[in-house]
Design a protein around this ligand. Structure first.
Ligand code: ZN
Length: 407
C-alpha cells in the first residue's frame, strides 16, 4: 500500500514532476500536468488569503549580505545557505527565507498602531543547502516555495490574530480533504531563560496566546517543554493522511529576534515607539512537500477540482472524433479541463489508459450519443453512470468541483 502511493513513482508515472542529474540534485521541474495542479493549489491559496484579510507581496530571490547579517542568519544559519555571489564588489546571497524582505517593506515607512495588524503573504521560493544524501523526492529538495506570511500586530491584537490564523489554517487544509490533525505547542525551557531571544513578558504572553487559541477551539494538543526554537514559541499542525501517517506542514511561529534586530517599531496610542509582535506562518509548509503529501494521500487519484485532466472524451471510432472534439470545446468553455483521446486505440484500451492516468471522468461517444447530443459517463473507478446530455454532465461535474468532492 505504501509503495503504491510512493510519490516518487507516481510523479513519474503521471508525468507531473521530474528531477535530473543534469539540472542538479533536489531541483524539481514541474511538467505541464504537475504545474496545472500546482496552479489550482496556488489559485485556491490566493483566493482564501485575499478573502481572509491578507495582502500579497512579491520579493526577489537574492539579497545583499546586509539582510542576512542583520537577521542573524549568517551567524546561526550559514550552513543552510549557499555561497555568496559577488555583484559589483558586494556580496549577495540567494534567499533561504523571505522574512527580511517583508521586514524591509514594513520598515519602508513609519507605522502607527492604526496600520496594524498587517498580514503579508507570499508564495516565496527559497533555497537551502541540504547535503545530497539527505534529498528525497519532493519531500526534501534544495529549492522550494513556502506559502509564507508574516503577521505584524500589537500586543492587544495578538489573541485575535493567533485564533484567526489557526482557524484560517484548518479551513485551508480542510479544502484539500484533510479532516484529522495533531497539534504540538512548543514552549521554552523555563530553566534556561538565557537561551532565548526576547523578553520574559513577551514569551509568557505569546505562549499563553497560542495555548488559548487551541483551547478556545477545543483542540487537544501536546505541550512540548523546551522544544521552542530560540526566537519564539510555535504551534505545529500535523496532518493525518489516508494511511494514518502524520505529516508536519503548518507552523505558526512567533519571532522575538528579527523585529528587534531590524528595529521594527510602530507608534502607539501613547505617541511613543513600540516593538510589534511578528508571527511567521506557513500553512502548506512548502508547495513541493505538500504536493508529495497530496499525491500519496490520494494515491494519484486527485479530487476532481485538483485533477490535471478532469474529463477525457473517448470516441468509439474515427467517425466520432469531430463530435468528441466539439464536446471537449463545450466542456472547456464551461471551465472544465478536458481532452479527447483521438488515438487509434480501441475503446477498451482508451478507457484503460484514462484509468491508468487516473482521469476522474470519461465520456464515451458513439453513433447513438452523437445523434442525440449525449455522452456515456464512466468514472476512473469503472462505475458506469450512463448516458446524459453534455449540459447534464457539465452541471454534475461543476457541482463536484465547486464542493471539492472527490468524484
Ligand atoms: Zn518568516
Amino acid at each position: 500500500e505504501i509503495e503504491k502511493r510512493n510519490h516518487r513513482r507516481l510523479i513519474k508515472e503521471l508525468d507531473l514532476v521530474s528531477f535530473h542529474e543534469e539540472v542538479g540534485a533536489g531541483l524539481a521541474l514541474w511538467h505541464p500536468k504537475g504545474a496545472r495542479i500546482r496552479l489550482v493549489i496556488e489559485d485556491y491559496w490566493r483566493k482564501l488569503h485575499l478573502e481572509g484579510g491578507y495582502d500579497i507581496v512579491f520579493t526577489p530571490h537574492i539579497g545583499r549580505s546586509y539582510l542576512w547579517e542583520t537577521s542573524g542568519h549568517l551567524g546561526f544559519y550559514k550552513d543552510g545557505m549557499y555561497s555568496p555571489m559577488d555583484i559589483e564588489g558586494q556580496e549577495y546571497y540567494i534567499k533561504p527565507m523571505n522574512c527580511p524582505f517583508h521586514i524591509m517593506i514594513y520598515n519602508s515607512e513609519m507605522r502607527s498602531y492604526r496600520d496594524l495588524p498587517l498580514r503579508w503573504a507570499e508564495l516565496g521560493t527559497v533555497y537551502r543547502y541540504e547535503r545530497s544524501g539527505t534529498l528525497h523526492g519532493l519531500l526534501r529538495v534544495r529549492g522550494f516555495t513556502q506559502d509564507d506570511a508574516h503577521i505584524i500586530c500589537t500586543p492587544e491584537q495578538m489573541d485575535d490574530e493567533v485564533l484567526r490564523v489557526l482557524d484560517f489554517s484548518l479551513n485551508l487544509l480542510k479544502g484539500f480533504g484533510f479532516e484529522e490533525f495533531r497539534f504540538d505547542l512548543s514552549v521554552r525551557d523555563p530553566a534556561k531563560p538565557d537561551k532565548y531571544a526576547g523578553d520574559d513578558a513577551m514569551w509568557i504572553q505569546a505562549e499563553a496566546s497560542l495555548a488559548r487559541a487551541l483551547e478556545t477551539r477545543a483542540l487537544p494538543y501536546k505541550r512540548m517543554e523546551g522544544e521552542a526554537v530560540f526566537y519564539g514559541p510555535k504551534i505545529d499542525i500535523h496532518i493525518k493522511d489516508a494511511l494514518n501517517r502524520t505529516w508536519q506542514c503548518t507552523t505558526i511561529q512567533f519571532d522575538f529576534n528579527e523585529p528587534r534586530r531590524f528595529g521594527m517599531t510602530y507608534v502607539g496610542e501613547d505617541g511613543k515607539e513600540h516593538e510589534p509582535y511578528m508571527v511567521h506562518r506557513a500553512l502548506l509548509g512548502s508547495i513541493e512537500r505538500f504536493f508529495a503529501l497530496l499525491v500519496e494521500h490520494y494515491a494519484g487519484a486527485f479530487p476532481v477540482w485538483l485533477s490535471p485532466v478532469q474529463v477525457r472524451v473517448i470516441p468509439i471510432a474515427d467517425r466520432h472524433v469531430s463530435y468528441a472534439r466539439a464536446v471537449v470545446q463545450r466542456l472547456q468553455g464551461a471551465g472544465l479541463r478536458a481532452e479527447v483521446d483521438d488515438s487509434s486505440n480501441r475503446m477498451q484500451a482508451k478507457i484503460r489508459e484514462a484509468q491508468v492516468q487516473k482521469v476522474p471522468y470519461m465520456l464515451v461517444v458513439g453513433d447513438r450519443e452523437m445523434e442525440a447530443g449525449q455522452a456515456n459517463l464512466r468514472t476512473r473507478e469503472g462505475v458506469v453512470l450512463g448516458t446524459m446530455t453534455v449540459d447534464e454532465f457539465i452541471a454534475l461535474a461543476t457541482a463536484v468541483v465547486n464542493e471539492k468532492r472527490l468524484i
